[in-house]
Design a protein around this ligand. Sequence first.
Ligand code: DAT
Ligand code: MG
Length: 142
Amino acid sequence: MSQRTLAIIKPDAVRRKLIGEIITAITQAGFHIVGLKLVHMTKEQAESFYDVHRGRFFFEELTRFMSSGPVVVMVLQKEQAVEDFRSLIGATDPTEAAAGTIRHRFGTSKGENAIHGSDSLESAEREIAFFFSSIELVDHAP
Ligand code: DAT
Ligand code: MG
């Protein structure tokens, strides 16, 4: 069944001018972009987005990093989009990510790992609603 997931090209990858290459990898893997925009989150917005990680030792570093510059936020549609996109991005730590995955190709550390992907359908729904209103999402036939 067709699903939607949320992707974020993180500030490290935007700074390193990797937006184009990353979007190419995503679309060539069969994902349809149904929403897309550039956002520079405040620290408070990053904290709210990553609320599930509040209290973890990396929360401060993570939210400072995610609010350090613009990010590209996208809604992607595909059969099994959530699981397939997690496969395409690879493990959290780029050194552990499989060859060819986006994090393996473009990530530089566990924190600065180039890209975010929702980890479940429930997270995807919450994360899409966090960034996009319905008028900002286009229809794509399943
Ligand atoms: P993922 O992004 O693979 O879903 P996560 O949800 O566990 O990973 O963590 C969210 C982000 O937080 C992750 O992309 C990078 C950062 N992070 C996680 N664990 C970390 C750690 N041990 N040190 C530094 N940053 C970390
Ligand atoms: Mg996660």
